[in-house]
Ligand binder design. Sequence first.
Ligand SMILES: [Fe+2]
Length: 301
Amino acid sequence: MKKISGFNIALHSKSKRIIEIKIKNELIEKLIFPFNKFDITALEYKPFTRFTIAKSLDDLSKNKLSEFLLSVLKDRSTGCIFICPEKLTPKLDQNFFVKFSTAISHLVGKPNHDSMSDKYYARFHIRHDDTSDSYLRKAYINMDLHTDGTYVNESTDWLLMTKIKDVNAKGGETVLLHLDDWEHLEELSKDLIGRENFIWSSPKSKNIDYKVEHPIFKKDEDGNTTISYIDQFPEPKNIKQGLFLQKLSDSLESSKKKIITALPVGSLVLANNHFWLHGRKPFAQNKDLFRELLRIRGHFC
Ligand SMILES: [Fe+2]
């Protein structure tokens, strides 16, 4: 496994496809100073500052971190990275996590504009009560396996999810599935319906006022199958498309190859969005449940 001073790098205990990076405290201490040069408003208003803090992080690894993250993200056999601090300290507050997520995202490319928040990132909460129009904030319903960016007209090569806060949160584990581990990849990706155009739209809260058309399965430049799919947003044109989506959904949800893992506060998941699906298990009922997450979706430069 790659060695970079200041980072502990290993395979995740539940999957050889996931690389786990723990950041040593001494490195975090060195990050605090360059991170303090910019507040969150500066990062939001001045896009170049995001690259400045990314470079501060990369410099501490002698520029090895960006190279390593990109090589894992683009490697079909892995493509997923968990990053977390070795130890949570009071200095690692919400602002630190926003800055750290910003830095990581700008080492692997450039974030797409997130229309839900009208920023390059989105922070959102999951609580006991919810009146929103998508599964994102529904605490007690399984969020089925999906990829991100299915309903926008720009490429979503990767996504980053950071857990900022968890209070009274039991359940709600992260679920991941690598496309090549899925039992029915061959069968369903070769089905002609999976390769024809579907119409994809989104509910109001996503602030996208157009629809897009694309197939669920495609081949990338290396001939590997990729997937772009979420259960809530396709508009099946006929019974054939409807039944195909049902079969796909049932097959993904019943996969025995899903990786289910509880992520500690302060940890971040960075995954290739073309061949990793993600979802979330339901939470246990609790009136005082509170989880805060941050997400960034982007493309390779
Ligand atoms: Fe998602």
